[in-house]
Design a protein around this ligand. Structure first.
Ligand SMILES: *Cc1c(COP(=O)(O)O)cnc(C)c1O
Length: 377
């Protein structure tokens, strides 16, 4: 490594300040209005954002909540999933996918994932059907849509509800339709690092079902449909007005940012093709590259090497859900483990990927990877 690159600032895994630079001029005056109106919890900015995002996604109802996990929790309840019910989920995902099930006393039934995408393997899901399975949660992992034609056909054949975990994939389409709009309900996260991220926590549930929308609105706000009349046990899962305001301004720019992510992914694919890395493919519809996850048997040594070159990376996710300590006694881990899930967990490495990443930053990642494999040969 040359002297210049050692004194350069590290290449961050993600840099959110670039988005702020772009939205500052719109957000600051608007924020003033929000403070003057004291519209802190839901309120007019949240209603406007709900309408804007519903139009963007092509759905009838969008219900803004306080996080992606909250979205999945209320969607679980609205899907009628009860204590002891079983739900098919991919074994390789962020644990937020299943918190809602666990809060309700439902049991996740883990399924193997596809080698090509890391998304739920429907052939395996078919094998894991058993009495008490009520729903399936496909996760559009890393920003790549699950095969929603197959998911919906599978669910319809077996009478299952479909809750899409679209936390990583806002804006992605499957056959020209936005993901999140296929299932009974679709759930999104606006955690700051997501493709559409707030200035704090946020989430969203979408549905075309009027009754479910009403129920979801009640669940997120203390179980009330009328003020201080609590029809059911509810939650305080309201979205902050500030988050809605920021998200509204960011949503206008999301497609442009997604194009930038795709350009970065295309460049990684071209420049890393001559290395032994297994690169992500675009298999089902159009990937929005929330994460760019490569796989290699040398994952851990590559990661340390990149760190020493000032290139930050991430692991998504190193421990399959069926081996998480909190699930001991709730679920039975597959006897043999899942070969492909374990492969993603132990060999997957997320490279820097964010809208606004410069060519120079990407060159440093690419050069460091090239020099690692030369060193290793
Ligand atoms: C981020 C994420 C969630 C949870 O969202 P939070 O807003 O962090 O609660 C759920 N599922 C997946 C796949 C995620 O990436």
């Amino acid at each position: 490594m040359n002297v210049i690159s050692t004194i350069e600032r590290p290449v961050p895994f993600v840099d959110l300040s670039l988005q702020w630079d772009q939205i500052r001029g719109d957000v600051m005056p608007d924020l003033q209005g929000l403070f003057e109106a004291s519209a802190y919890c839901l309120g007019p900015w949240a209603s406007a954002f709900e309408k804007q995002v519903a139009d963007y996604l092509g759905v009838k109802h969008a219900i803004a909540v306080s996080s992606g996990s909250a979205a999945l929790h209320v969607a679980t309840i609205a899907a009628g999933i009860k204590r002891g019910d079983k739900v098919l989920v991919p074994a390789h995902t962020f644990i937020g996918t299943i918190w809602g099930l666990l809060y309700e006393g439902a049991i996740p039934v883990f399924c193997e994932v596809e080698d090509t995408t890391g998304n739920i393997d429907l052939a395996d899901a078919e094998r894991r059907l058993e009495k008490g399975v009520k729903a399936i949660i496909p996760v559009h992992l890393y920003g790549q849509p699950a095969d929603m034609t197959k998911v919906m056909a599978f669910a319809n054949r077996h009478g299952l509800a479909v809750i899409e975990d679209a936390a990583q994939a806002i804006g992605a389409c499957f056959q020209n339709k936005r993901i999140g709009s296929f299932g009974t309900m679709g759930c999104f996260s606006f955690y700051p690092g997501k493709n559409l991220g707030g200035a704090g926590e946020g989430g969203l549930v979408v549905t075309d079902d009027d009754e479910k929308a009403k129920l979801l609105r009640s669940l997120r706000e203390h179980g009330q449909t009328e003020r201080y009349v609590h029809d059911r046990i509810g939650y305080n899962y309201r979205m902050d007005g500030i988050q809605a305001l920021v998200l509204g301004h960011k949503l206008k720019r999301l497609d442009g940012w997604t194009d930038q992510r795709r350009a970065i992914a295309a460049r990684y694919r071209g420049e890393l093709a001559d290395t032994p890395l297994r690169l992500p493919d675009m298999v089902h519809g159009d990937h929005v590259y929330h994460l760019y996850v490569i796989r290699t048997e040398k994952r851990d040594s590559l990661r340390s090497f990149l760190e020493s070159c000032g290139v930050q990376t991430g692991l998504h996710y190193p421990l399959p859900l069926y081996r998480q300590p909190c699930l001991a006694g709730i679920t039975t881990p597959p006897a043999e483990g899942f070969r492909i899930t374990e492969d993603w967990a132990s060999h997957g490495l997320s490279l820097p990927m964010f809208a606004g990443m410069t060519l120079a930053q990407q060159d440093r990642v690419i050069e460091a990877i090239h020099s690692f494999f030369k060193v290793e040969k």
